[in-house]
Ligand binder design. Structure first.
Ligand code: UDP
Length: 140
C-alpha cells in the first residue's frame, strides 16, 4: 500500500479533557506519524467553512458550536494507507457503534462530541490539509 497523508483533528471535547497525548498515542500506535500539528481555536467562519458540506444538515449549528467551544489540535498524519488506517482507529461516528479499542469507543462522549475527525478519501484529505496547513508547515 502507498504512503499517504491524511488530515486529523482532536476536537474540543477531547482537548478540554486533556486527551491530546492519549489520542495522539493511539494514532502513533496504529502506525501513523504526525508530520504537522498545531493547536487552534477555530473561529465560527473557519468551522463553517471546514464543515460546509454539512451546512444543510440538522446538526450543523450544534457541530459549529462544539468546534468553536475550545481548542482543536489539527494534524497531518502520514503512513501506509493512512486515510483508511486513521478511519479504522477513529471508529464509527456514533461511539455507541464504534468497535472496541477505537478512539471513539474509548474516549468519545456522544455522536456530537466524538473527539476526533479524519478525512474520508484522498480528495478530502488533500482539501482539508490545505485548509489548515501551508506546505512548509508539513515536515515528513
Ligand atoms: N455529527 C453530529 N450528528 C450527526 C452526524 C454527525 O453531530 O447525526 C457531527 C459529528 O461530530 C461528526 C461530524 O458531524 O463527526 C461530521 O459528520 P460525518 O458524517 O462526516 O462523520 P465523521 O466523518 O466525522 O465520522
Amino acid at each position: 500500500m502507498a504512503i499517504e497523508r491524511t488530515f486529523s483533528m482532536i476536537k474540543p471535547d477531547a482537548t478540554k479533557r486533556n486527551l491530546t497525548g492519549a489520542i495522539t498515542k493511539m494514532l502513533e500506535d496504529a502506525g501513523l506519524r504526525v508530520v504537522a500539528s498545531k493547536r487552534v481555536w477555530m473561529s465560527r467562519r473557519e468551522a463553517e467553512g471546514f464543515y460546509a458540506v454539512h451546512k444543510d444538515r440538522p446538526f450543523f449549528g450544534e457541530l459549529v458550536e462544539g468546534m468553536t467551544s475550545g481548542p482543536t489540535i489539527v494534524q497531518v498524519l502520514e503512513g501506509e494507507g493512512a486515510i483508511l488506517k486513521n478511519r479504522e482507529i477513529m471508529g464509527a461516528t456514533n461511539p455507541a457503534n464504534a468497535d472496541e479499542g477505537t478512539i471513539r469507543k474509548v474516549h468519545a462522549l456522544s455522536i456530537g462530541e466524538n473527539s476526533v475527525h479524519g478525512s474520508d478519501a484522498p480528495e478530502t484529505a488533500a482539501q482539508e490539509i490545505k485548509y489548515w496547513f501551508s506546505d512548509t508547515e508539513i515536515v515528513g
